[in-house]
Design a protein around this ligand. Sequence first.
Ligand code: ADP
Ligand code: MG
Length: 253
Amino acid sequence: MAETIIRVKDLHKKYGDFEAVKGISFDVMENEIFGLLGPNGAGKSTTLEIIETLREKTSGEVYVNGLNLDESPNEIKKIIGVQLQTSGYYPGLNLTELIHLFAGLYNEDIDPMALLDTVNLRDKARAKFKELSGGQKQRFSIATTLINKPRIIFLDEPTTGLDPQARRNLWDLIRDIRSRGTTVIITTHYMDEAEVLCDRVAIIDSGKIIALNSPDKLIDELVATGFEKPREVKQANLEDVFIQMTGKHLREE
Ligand code: ADP
Ligand code: MG
């Protein structure tokens, strides 16, 4: 049986008079890919940043690997990996230099080439961050979440703005990280992405969780209500056509 690695109980967050998170509760199991889905402004990033110890909550309880957020934020920081906004990197440093910088901050001894291999960026070791494509920047920022060998990584909309190949490459990378034993929490507003990538998802709307289950079960539940798609479902979609014709390989973009 999988163990609970994150427990959130009745979490509330107010910004002044505005309540962005209105009492949400969920558990994340060890080694799953858990998705927080919802439209812009739903409260996904707020929730994530509270768990990451980067934002104060208004009320509620959060436990990460059994550690109480109120009592042990520093212990929690040691076992999680957080993706920075891509604007947070020194644009003039090359990837090897950036890895050394982060490794120093975490007091970790890291082989930059081995780390770059895990995200398929070995040939960019001497490239500056600003010289990377959008997909490469995202892959590099995911690599930096792994430097402190975390139990859990948090990815906030890692595929927003990427083209189909870059998105699919990132999905493979995320699955790969999970297969090595890391728990992944990801936010997205792309439902196709959540459907293929996440083991379970919480759908969050206006600060409340309105559904929580595996994508398969949520779809089955909807179908069981008698729901039918208005149009005949095709065996492929336009994105499949595009990927089939242009290939799935890594590109310079
Ligand atoms: P999401 O990540 O789902 O798009 P956010 O958690 O970023 O949503 O935001 C949820 C709501 O809280 C939004 O209405 C947003 O405008 C508001 N909000 C987020 N951060 C702040 C802040 N620092 N001050 C005031 N309101 C905020
Ligand atoms: Mg957000």
